[in-house]
Design a protein around this ligand. Structure first.
Ligand SMILES: Cc1ncc(COP(=O)(O)O)c(C=O)c1O
Length: 381
């Protein structure tokens, strides 16, 4: 059968490729961004309780009201923002779905979308599947900050959206209030819509703050803010998330959502609503910072060059110029096969496969996993 491609990405995602290679070579998998430690047992108990209490049928299309209320209260508490549970919050089966559906609800054939690269790998196929055109803008290496002049130059009368991500995958960089102000300035007076991917919002280090687009009054009126329960409560396999957007954008989003999935896993929604409604929740940033710090300390003994320590997210980028000068894709495969540690080459996050000779480690792992991995890397010394 000859089926024309819907997007430009060929074959499997880099995460599938590297995880399969890790499996084949019995390597420690620090490539894909998923935790290998257990979830809070309370969350598991609540999932069981949900099923026993009869939360087993379709939930309302926008999400269980009790979960949307819990989200709104949590955002008021943590960010002091007012969100309307009925008209602005939609529960989704994960953030990737939220991103795809947000794009589908606003894009027409031929629209342009600015993507800051390196970028999470679902953005480009999501845009192209909707018949729109990707306009990549590279972040400035090695700090991976945004060059706002480049963004300004990339805007045309066809630009419909820009997708941004903080804390950032793959680099761990985080946006300041000034970044949001610059974005607001650059798109002021245009019809550009912002997709703000904030899946790591609760994973920010060194007493820094995450700024959500929802705190920016001007941008908030034209933004989808996209969140993932999986990333912050370490249950990525539940594939649960939510999208917050002003009413007009939420209506557009739901007009697609209702025919794509209609509603989202009910027991998981009940469990998350009860979990979020507890008077206090464990600090995700605190726990993840311990892991980042432990990993960075262990890595000091290896010949890798640590780039700026991750400001947030699950990820740390490193250079390997003291080891060899292979292209990063080759290096990551060589490291998996010869040294038993799987990582992700940063070129996989660029549409033109730009090679920064940089790889990404995921440190959202048990301490013993990180220790076993670095023990193998010490053989490179
Ligand atoms: C930046 C970014 N956005 C979205 C996602 C996907 O989140 P979810 O598992 O909730 O679909 C990921 C997962 O790695 C990510 O890194």
């Amino acid at each position: 059968m000859n089926l024309p491609a819907k997007h430009s990405v060929k074959g499997n995602t880099i995460f599938t490729v590297m995880s399969a290679l890790a499996h084949e070579h019995n390597a420690i998998n620090l490539s894909q961004g998923f935790p290998d430690f257990p979830i809070d047992s309370k969350l598991g108990e609540l999932l069981l309780e949900a099923s026993q209490k009869g939360f087993n049928q379709y939930a309302p299309m926008a999400g269980l009201p009790m979960l949307r209320e819990a989200i709104v209260n949590d955002f008021k508490k943590r960010y002091n923002v007012d969100v309307d549970a009925d008209t602005e919050v939609t529960v989704t089966p994960g953030a990737t779905y939220g991103i795809y559906t947000a794009f589908t609800s606003i894009l027409q054939k031929g629209d342009e979308v600015i993507v800051l690269e390196p970028a999470y790998d679902s953005y480009i196929p999501n845009i192209e599947t909707n018949g729109a055109v990707v306009v990549p803008v590279s972040l400035t290496t090695p700090t991976y900050h945004v060059d706002w002049n480049k963004v300004k130059d990339a805007i045309t009368d066809k630009t419909r959206a820009i997708i941004v991500n903080t804390p950032h995958n793959p680099t761990g960089a985080i946006w300041t209030k000034e970044d949001w102000d610059s974005l607001a300035e650059v798109i002021r007076g245009t019809d550009i819509i912002v997709l703000s991917d904030e899946v790591y919002e609760q994973i920010v280090f060194d007493d820094k703050q995450h700024y959500t687009v929802l705190q920016h009054e001007e941008l908030r009126q034209k933004s989808f803010a996209i969140f993932s329960f999986g990333k912050v409560y370490h249950n990525t396999g539940w594939k649960m998330g939510f999208v917050i957007a002003p009413q007009a954008l939420t209506n557009a989003f739901r007009s697609i959502h209702q025919f794509l999935v209609f509603s989202v896993n009910t027991p998981a929604q009940y469990a998350l609503s009860q979990y979020l409604s507890q008077p206090s929740l464990p600090s995700v940033s605190g726990m993840m910072q311990q892991k980042r710090d432990h990993f960075l300390k262990l890595m000091e003994g290896t010949p890798f060059t640590i780039h700026t320590p991750a400001g947030g997210s699950y990820f740390q980028t490193v250079g390997y110029e003291q080891i060899n000068d292979m292209p990063d894709m080759e290096f990551a495969q060589w490291l998996t096969k010869e040294y038993g540690v799987a990582t992700i080459p940063i070129s996989a996050f660029y549409s033109n496969r730009q090679d920064d000779k940089t790889i990404r480690f995921c440190f959202a792992k048990k301490e013993e996993t990180l220790e076993r991995a670095v023990e193998k890397l010490l053989r490179l010394s």
